[in-house]
Design a protein around this ligand. Structure first.
Ligand code: PMP
Ligand code: GLN
Length: 401
C-alpha cells in the first residue's frame, strides 16, 4: 500500500547524521548534549542497578509504578489537573515511541493530521504509516525580513482555520519547537485550542524541551487551557529533561480514554521499557518536585547554562556573517546563511561537513517537499555542547570566513 510508505524526507536527517559521523570533527548536528547528566540522576541510575534483583527484571508494562506516580504528582501540579498515574500515563521508549503510539492508536485510514512546519521530521512518516494524510501549515516570519527571534515566526489564524476539514482528526504542535526554538505564547495556543475544540480535533503536543526556555519566554502547556485536557496528548522525554538522551525514557499524558488506546499499541509492539532507567527518571522527578522553583532545580540550572551557550553561538555566527534566529527555547539555533553562500541548504551542509569538518542540519529537512524550497537558506546548529566543542566550531568558522 503506497499510501503507507513514508517518503524519503527523514532519511535525509539520518544521512546527515551518518555524514557527520564519517567526516566531522565538530558535531553541532544531531540534538544531544555532549556533557554529563546531573549527578543526582546518575547516582539514581547507579542506585537502581544495585537495588536488588527485581530492578533487572520486567516492570509494569505501561510504566514502572514509581515513575508513573512521580510523573503524576509532578505534572498534576503543572497542568492543574489531577492526573491518575495508572490511567492517564503511558511510559514509552523515548518521546519517539510516545509519538508513534499516538499516531498508530488514534489515526485511521484517510484521517487528516495538521502539522505545523518546520516540524520534527518523524511526524510525517509516522502519520503516513498509520494511514493518515499530513496537512501542512508553515510558521512564517512576520514583518520586513529582519527577523531576529523565533517569536517572530507565527501562524496565520486564517490560514490555520482553512486547514480544518471534516476529516481532520488531530493537530501536532511542538513547543519549544525543533528546529526554530519557537515557544508558543498563551494567545497562540488559545487560538489553536479554539479551532480544535470547534472542530472536535485532538492535539498531540510534543513538549520534550519544556524546561528549556530563555530570555523570559514561558512554556505553556496547551493541555492546561480550558477544555483541552480531554483532547490533548502531552508528550515528554526523560532524555531531554535530564540531559540523558541515551536512556530513552519518554511518556504520554492524557485522559485515560485516550491513553487506553495507546496502551494497546504499546502492549503489542514494545510492551516493557527498561526498568532501571525508569527508576532513575522517577527519582529525578521526586528530587525536582522538592526543589521546584528554587535555584537548586535542574529545570532552572540547565536553561541558565544553555542561555550562555546560545548567546555564545549567536555571537559567533554573527561574526562570520550568518543571520541567526534567536531561539526562545530548546536545543537549537537556526541561521540564514544566504549572505555568505548561494547554495541550497543541503549542498551547503554537505560542503561544511566534508570540507570543513563541521556538522549541522539543513532546515528544509524539517519541511514538507511542497514548502521546503521556500526555506532552503537556513541551517540548524545544536548548542547543547561543552564550551570546548563550541570553541572548536568557532575555530572552524573563523578560519574559513
Ligand atoms: N520530539 C522532538 C521535538 C525531538 O527533538 C526529539 C529528539 N529528542 C524527540 C521528540 C524524541 O525524543 P526521545 O529521545 O525521548 O525519543
Ligand atoms: N531530536 C534530535 C534532533 O532533532 C535527535 C533525534 C534524531 O536524531 N532523530 O537532532
Amino acid at each position: 500500500n503506497n499510501f503507507r510508505q513514508p517518503n524519503t524526507m527523514n532519511v535525509n536527517k539520518v544521512e546527515f547524521t551518518q555524514l557527520a559521523a564519517a567526516y566531522s570533527k565538530v558535531n553541532l548536528g544531531q540534538g544531544f548534549p555532549d556533557f554529563a547528566p546531573p549527578k543526582f540522576v546518575q547516582e539514581a541510575f547507579c542506585h537502581a542497578l544495585n537495588e536488588g534483583p527485581m530492578m533487572h527484571q520486567y516492570t509494569r508494562a505501561f510504566g514502572h509504578v514509581p515513575l508513573v506516580k512521580s510523573l503524576a504528582k509532578f505534572f498534576s501540579r503543572v497542568i492543574g489537573h489531577e492526573i491518575d498515574p495508572l490511567e492517564d500515563i503511558l511510559v514509552t521508549v523515548g518521546a519517539y515511541q510516545a509519538l508513534f503510539s499516538a499516531f498508530q492508536a488514534l489515526i485511521n485510514e484517510g484521517d487528516e493530521v495538521i502539522i505545523v512546519e518546520p516540524f520534527f521530521d518523524c511526524y510525517q512518516p509516522m502519520v503516513k504509516m498509520a494511514g493518515g494524510q499530513p496537512v501542512y501549515i508553515p510558521l512564517r516570519p512576520k514583518g520586513d525580513g529582519s527577523v531576529l527571534s523565533s517569536g517572530d515566526w507565527v501562524l496565520s489564524p486564517e490560514e490555520l482555520a482553512s486547514k480544518f476539514t471534516p476529516r481532520t482528526k488531530a493537530l501536532v504542535i511542538n513547543t519549544p519547537n525543533n528546529p526554530l526554538g519557537k515557544v508558543y505564547k498563551t494567545e497562540e495556543l488559545q487560538m489553536i485550542a479554539d479551532l480544535c475544540i470547534k472542530h472536535d480535533v485532538l492535539v498531540i503536543s510534543d513538549e520534550v524541551y519544556e524546561w528549556l526556555t530563555y530570555d523570559g519566554a514561558k512554556h505553556v502547556k496547551i493541555a492546561s487551557l480550558p477544555g483541552m485536557w480531554e483532547r490533548t496528548i502531552t508528550i515528554g522525554s526523560g532524555g531531554k529533561t535530564f540531559s540523558a538522551t541515551g536512556w530513552k525514557v519518554g511518556w504520554a499524558i492524557s485522559s485515560g480514554h485516550i491513553i487506553k488506546h495507546m496502551k494497546t499499541i504499546h502492549q503489542n509492539t514494545v510492551y516493557h521499557c527498561a526498568t532501571p532507567a525508569q527508576e532513575a527518571v522517577a527519582r529525578g522527578f521526586e528530587r525536582e518536585y522538592e526543589v521546584f522553583g528554587t535555584p537548586e532545580s535542574y529545570f532552572q540550572q540547565l536553561p541558565a547554562m544553555l542561555h550562555h551557550k546560545k548567546n555564545k553561538l549567536a555571537s559567533l555566527l554573527k561574526s562570520v556573517g550568518l543571520k541567526p534566529i534567536m531561539p526562545e527555547g530548546g536545543y537549537f539555533m537556526t541561521a540564514d546563511f544566504s549572505s555568505i553562500n548561494e547554495a541550497k541548504d543541503f549542498r551547503f551542509v554537505k560542503w561544511l561537513i566534508k570540507e570543513k569538518g563541521l556538522a549541522t542540519i539543513p532546515v528544509s529537512a524539517f519541511y514538507s517537499p511542497e514548502h521546503g524550497k521556500e526555506f532552503d537558506k537556513y541551517i540548524r546548529f545544536c548548542f547543547v555542547k561543552e564550551e570546548a566543542t563550541l570553541d572548536a566550531a568557532a575555530e572552524i568558522l573563523k578560519k574559513w570566513s
